[in-house]
Structure formats: structure tokens, C-alpha cells
Design a protein around this ligand. Structure first.
Ligand code: PFF
Ligand code: NA
Length: 452
């Protein structure tokens, strides 16, 4: 059992964590779920759970990683031993590994769509297209299981290569360039959307709400999305926390991650819905929302083919810096537990996730309807896997909150947090009571409704 090295540069953890957080969750999943759930009420629940539940758990998760200096599963084992608590807490590590495996399976398929659109943009394949044409082009992509599988394979193989070779620790300079560029280009699209689209309608849709409009499953999706977008409740952040230097501030780091992540989601959402309302597209379009909307903007914008091509390349970069953080905790566990080499561990994890991803591929064509998932849960295999992650991530987060709040002693946590007493007590109140109550509330309301 080896103890991890520590990243020497203080900013490295922050960069890696932002790289994990910012990704398809912000650009693809946030707008599509918001659109399907009618806008503002969804965002309200999402934002409340980020600040009252997400940030406190983010602090707890980084703390557990930094305190154990091990991969999540072995780390939880170590912590339960040194703190003499029940081994049942190890389930946090296991649950996280299962969630990572599920998420990677579909994340890679969706990232594959961005490979396709990078090509379409750079070859001018979408210039002068209109709303109907953009939808047709997306439908044509979805209709081809072979093409989707090819892209899925390419993306997951690239992620595996980066983690397997251990070069994910060296890509910080890349992220330092990628993240600001992505943000700038989103602002350009937003500016363009404000001019040609309907930004007033977008703001109205996103920021006015009637909670009664949100379906019970919408509550579950909003909470699930707040965990998904922060990479929370499944060990990814814990795995990175293991490398964080002891003197960095947990609180400040956690706030920085959440603020950057939320800002990217909001700018992407505003830009996309300005274009949606400007061109009469359907906000409830579903998983294709980003991929039919943004190409439309690039089609008309001066120099749009190039801007669009660069945009989708940056999307791929953001997606890969997230997908490697999904592979990392599982691979680290396999290495520590089964004495596998790093490349072996990554290969095992990724092949399994790749195979599961084929279910997402066929959910958009061959198995779009009439499967056992439809019969049992009224949704496709992809929808079912998403539903599982909407449950598993908050469940993992709930356990992390309970462990940090109740199983660790005051002085242990205080030592790791080194913050003032007042904030410490507030944080402890949030992880002990507020976060568990909020997760339980949403679960009890919405899960019984899921089959309906
Ligand atoms: N946070 C990522 C995103 O918003 O795209 C997705 C993700 C990455 C979720 C890593 C979970 C995770 F462990
Ligand atoms: Na995110």
C-alpha cells in the first residue's frame, strides 16, 4: 500500500478539480435538463443544492482524500481503521466506483458527438444550415449505431491512453489555456446570441420560476445534476484531494470550483436558450439540444466554421479532462487492491465501461423504444443509466456528509480544515443536518414517482 506523492504546486489541485468539474455536464447536460424541466424552477433547485449541499460535501470530499492520501476505496478503508469506525463506510468508495463506471459509459458516447461536430464544422459541412437542417443533421448522426460506436471508441481510448500512461498529471498547462479559451468562446457565442437571438426570452425562461411547475422527477434530476456537475459523491474529487498539499484552504478551493463551474453552466445556458428562442427551436429538445442549437449560430456567424471547429475542440478538451477523473479512482483502486499495473487497471475499467456504453449508443436508434427498460421504467437504457446516476451520486454524497459530520471527531476535522471556529461550526451543521435532510427529502418525494 503506497502513500501518494503530493502535488508540489498549490494551484495544481484546483486546476485538476476544475478540469474534472467543467465538462459536458455544463455545456450539454445542464441546458438539456433545464429545457426539459421548464427552466427556472429546475435552476432554483439546482442552485440551492449546489450551495447548501454541494459545496459542503465538496469540502468534505477533498478533506477525506487529503487526509487518507489514498485512492477512494482504499482511502475509506484506511480512514475507518484509523478512526475506529464501522467498515460499512467503505461502501462510499464502492458506490463511487460504480457511479464512475456508469457515468463514463454514456459520457464517452456524448463526447463522441462532439468529435463528429468538430469534423462537420471544420469541413464547412454546416455552413448556411437552418434550424430544420441542423435537426436533420443531428438525427442522421443518431441513426447510425456504427458511427456513434466509432466516436465512442475513439474518445474512451484517448481518455484511457492519457490515464494509462500517467500523463494526466502533466496536462495542467493544457488546462490553463483550455479553460479560459472555452469561457471566452462561450462569451462570444452568448454575445452573438444576444444580437441575433432572444436573450430576454432566455433570461425569463432561466430565471423566473414557479416551483409547482417542477415535476417530482425534476427535483431528482436537479439535485443529481448539481452533484454531476461538481463531480461529487463518487470519489473523483477524493482521488485528486489525495494529492493536495496540506496547507491549501479547503473552503476557498471548494468555493472557487463551484463558482467557476456554475459560471460556465450559466453562460452556456443563456447562450443556448437565446438561440433556441430566437430561432423557434424547442427548449425541450432533449439530449440533442446543444448539438442542434450551437451549430446554427456558427452557421451564420462570420468565420463561424473556424470558431465552431475551435469550440468543439475545446468541448472535447473539457470532456476529456472530466473523463480522466472518472477513470482515475477506479484505476487507482485496482492498482492498490489487486496489484495490477496501471495500464492493466485502466484497460479493465475502460473496456467494461465501453461495453456498457453500447447500451447508450443503441438507445438513440435500434433500442429507442420497446425495450425492457421502457416497459419497466418508461425510458431507454440511456435514460435508465442517467436515472441511476441521479440516485447514486447524491447517495454517495449523503454518505460522505454523514461520515465527515458524524464519524470523524471535531478535533480531527478542525485540524484538517484549519479555519475559524464559526465557519467550521456552520460547515459542520450543513454536513450533519442540512445536506442529509435535503437529499432524503428529494429522494422520498421523487423516487416513488419514478416508474409512473
Ligand atoms: N463534472 C463533469 C461535468 O460536469 O461534465 C462530469 C463528471 C466528471 C462527473 C467526473 C463525475 C465525475 F467524477
Ligand atoms: Na460540471
Amino acid at each position: 500500500m503506497s502513500t501518494h506523492n503530493v502535488w508540489t504546486h498549490k494551484g495544481t489541485f484546483l486546476l485538476a478539480a476544475v478540469g474534472s468539474a467543467v465538462g459536458l455536464g455544463n455545456l450539454w447536460r445542464f441546458p438539456y435538463l433545464t429545457g426539459e424541466n421548464g427552466g427556472g424552477a429546475f435552476i432554483l433547485v439546482y442552485a440551492l443544492t449546489i450551495f447548501a449541499v454541494g459545496i459542503p460535501i465538496l469540502i468534505a470530499e477533498i478533506m477525506l482524500g487529503r487526509n487518507s492520501r489514498r485512492s477512494p476505496i482504499m482511502g475509506m478503508r484506511f480512514l475507518t481503521r484509523t478512526h475506529r469506525t464501522s467498515r460499512a463506510w467503505e461502501s462510499i468508495g464502492w458506490l463511487g466506483a460504480v457511479s464512475a463506471f456508469l457515468i463514463l459509459s454514456f459520457y464517452s458516447v456524448i463526447a463522441g458527438w462532439a468529435i463528429h461536430y468538430t469534423g462537420l464544422m471544420l469541413t464547412g459541412g454546416m455552413s448556411e444550415i437552418d434550424a430544420a437542417g441542423a435537426s436533420q443533421s443531428f438525427d442522421a448522426l443518431l441513426a447510425s449505431p456504427a458511427l456513434l460506436t466509432l466516436y465512442h471508441t475513439l474518445f474512451i481510448a484517448a481518455s484511457a491512453l492519457i490515464v494509462g500512461l500517467g500523463i494526466h498529471k502533466g496536462i495542467e498547462s493544457g488546462l490553463r489555456l483550455l479553460m479560459p479559451s472555452l469561457f471566452v468562446i462561450l462569451l462570444v457565442v452568448l454575445g452573438y446570441g444576444a444580437v441575433v437571438g432572444d436573450i430576454g426570452a432566455a433570461a425569463g425562461f432561466l430565471f423566473t420560476f414557479n416551483l409547482a411547475d417542477l415535476s417530482l422527477e425534476g427535483w431528482l434530476q436537479a439535485m443529481g445534476q448539481s452533484f454531476f456537475t461538481l463531480s461529487l459523491g463518487m470519489g473523483a474529487i477524493m482521488a485528486y484531494g489525495a494529492y493536495m498539499p496540506g496547507e491549501s484552504s479547503l473552503t476557498r478551493t471548494a468555493f472557487a470550483i463551484a463558482i467557476v463551474d456554475t459560471a460556465v453552466a450559466m453562460v452556456a445556458g443563456l447562450a443556448i436558450f437565446a438561440l433556441v428562442f430566437g430561432s423557434g427551436l424547442n427548449p425541450g429538445e432533449g439530449p440533442g439540444l446543444m448539438f442542434v442549437t450551437l451549430p446554427l449560430a456558427f452557421a451564420e456567424m462570420p468565420g463561424g466554421a473556424l470558431v465552431g471547429g475551435v469550440f468543439f475542440i475545446l468541448v472535447l478538451g473539457a470532456a476529456i479532462s472530466s473523463s480522466i477523473s472518472l477513470i482515475e479512482p477506479v484505476a487507482a483502486f485496482l492498482v492498490e487492491r489487486f496489484d495490477m499495473t496501471r495500464p492493466q487497471a485502466v484497460t479493465v475499467m475502460v473496456i467494461a465501461s465501453w461495453a456498457l456504453g453500447l447500451l447508450t449508443v443503441v438507445s438513440f436508434n435500434l433500442w429507442a423504444e420497446g425495450t425492457i427498460f421502457h416497459t419497466l421504467f418508461g425510458r431507454s437504457a440511456f435514460g435508465f443509466i442517467e436515472l441511476l446516476t441521479n440516485i447514486f451520486m447524491p447517495l454517495g454524497g449523503l454518505l460522505i456528509a454523514l461520515f465527515a459530520g458524524w464519524a470523524l471527531t471535531h478535533s480531527e476535522v478542525m485540524k484538517e480544515m484549519h479555519t475559524n471556529e464559526r465557519w467550521f461550526h456552520f460547515w459542520r451543521f450543513l454536513v450533519r443536518f442540512v445536506a442529509p435532510a435535503a437529499v432524503a427529502f428529494v429522494f422520498l418525494r421523487s423516487i416513488p414517482q419514478v416508474e409512473g
